[in-house]
Design a protein around this ligand. Structure first.
Ligand code: GAF
Length: 391
């Protein structure tokens, strides 16, 4: 049995222990790291996430009485019990159950014939590490309900419903990247996604075959997206688009960046946000070009340049993330950057396989010397997107 099969069997057994019956099935959705393309998703831009092997597993069975029961291996106590008819935003409290309840709300608000259900969750996606544990929870729920109620919705639609749950029910103004990564990624590939229309392409990223490793460095600095700084960046980008007369910053071509920056000279905060978004979209396109041409090592400097832009222009880094990036590069990494929303969470590091251990040692030593909490460091190879596990 694989780890995932074990996880499915354990989650199904726990469902039985909680609800006294067999689940109809089990479904998994992964966390993600974003290789490049940060904060571009709410600017209609390009992103390039890949699925982690860490997943949230939902065991579920439908109910005919309109009751929704939600239980998590990670939360103490019995199931949260709600009536689907009563679900309405805003969610009461920022409780984990708001995410799956929000998915049920979003599906029903979209007119989909979703009734009640019993759900039990287990997860190996690190929480609060900027690795999209919320999107994994939402997408596992959306896929389970889609299957239980025989809807057969396209993956991109499940991602949109999951995002609507988070925006409209939980109240977090996130973009669409994380939910699409959880729903649409495939093993061995990064997902080149155009967030304007969700068209995407699976770009081969076979690290092992290339003799490379991608390390995820969880700084253990926790940051919630809902607490204002993310929404401020988003509002600043919208202000920039309005000032430049474009629908979204994605519509500012890289070649027009100098003129756009001149036009925004009187608003340096917005000017710097715009510089990040326009250069970041360009970095995504160059990353894709390198990977398509079989030059994965060449993306290293783009990762590091992306970090500098997030630190200096978008101002969403923090000392621990900067230390991780600088230390990894000084120890011989090909490139490194923060990944996800920022202000904490995780960095990623691209290294030659032989350099993975020395770079990991250097990171531990640097965090210890700085008096920071020890980071959690693990290699990530692109795993599959959401799927049914069984029975
Ligand atoms: C978070 C958000 F949820 C995403 O939508 C995205 O904006 C990301 O931060 C930054 O790229 O993960």
């Amino acid at each position: 049995m694989t780890d995932t099969e074990h996880g499915a069997a354990r989650t199904a057994a726990a469902f039985h222990a909680v609800y006294g019956a067999e689940p109809t099935g089990t479904w998994a959705a992964p966390g993600r790291v974003n290789l490049i393309g940060e904060h571009t998703d709410y600017n209609d831009g390009f992103v390039m996430p890949l699925a982690l092997p860490h997943t949230t597993i939902a065991a579920a069975a439908p109910r005919t009485d309109g009751v929704l029961r939600l239980h998590s291996a990670g939360a103490p106590g019995g199931p949260v019990t709600l009536r689907t008819d009563d679900l309405a935003p805003p969610a009461r409290g920022a409780d984990w159950a708001a995410y799956p309840a929000g998915v049920v709300w979003a599906m029903r608000a979209a007119g989909l014939p979703i009734g009640g259900a019993d759900l039990h969750y287990s997860s190996t996606v690190p929480l609060g590490a900027g690795l999209s544990s919320s999107a994994a929870l939402e997408v596992a729920t959306a896929l389970a309900l889609d299957d239980l109620y025989g809807l057969g919705l396209p993956r991109a639609e499940l991602a949109r419903l999951a995002q609507r749950a988070e925006n409209g029910y939980v109240g977090v103004p996130c973009g669409i990247m994380d939910q699409t990564a959880a729903a649409c990624c495939t093993a061995g590939h990064a997902l080149f996604l155009d967030t304007r229309d969700l068209t995407h392409r699976h770009v081969p990223f076979d690290l092992a075959a290339e003799g490379l490793r991608l390390l995820v460095v969880d700084t253990r600095v926790r940051h919630q997206l809902g607490d204002g700084a993310y929404a401020q960046r988003r509002a600043g980008c919208e202000r920039g688009a309005r000032a430049l007369g474009v629908r979204a910053l994605r519509d500012v071509p890289y070649a027009h960046l100098p003129a756009a920056l001149d036009a925004l000279a009187s608003d340096p905060v917005v000017r710097d946000l715009v510089r990040h978004i326009v250069t970041e979209n360009h970095r995504v396109e160059r990353t894709v070009a390198h990977l398509d041409a079989g030059r994965p090592r060449a993306i290293g400097p783009l990762l590091t340049a992306g970090h500098a832009s997030l630190r200096d222009d978008f101002k969403v880094s923090c000392p621990e993330l900067d230390l991780a990036v600088d230390t990894a590069n000084a120890a011989g990494a090909l490139g490194a950057r923060m990944t996800g929303g920022g202000f904490g969470g995780s960095a990623l590091v691209l290294v030659e396989a032989a350099a993975a251990d020395p770079v990991t040692d250097a990171l531990h030593a640097a965090f210890a010397a700085a008096g920071h909490t020890p980071p959690r460091i693990f290699p990530a190879a692109p795993g599959p997107g959401a799927h049914r596990l069984g029975p």
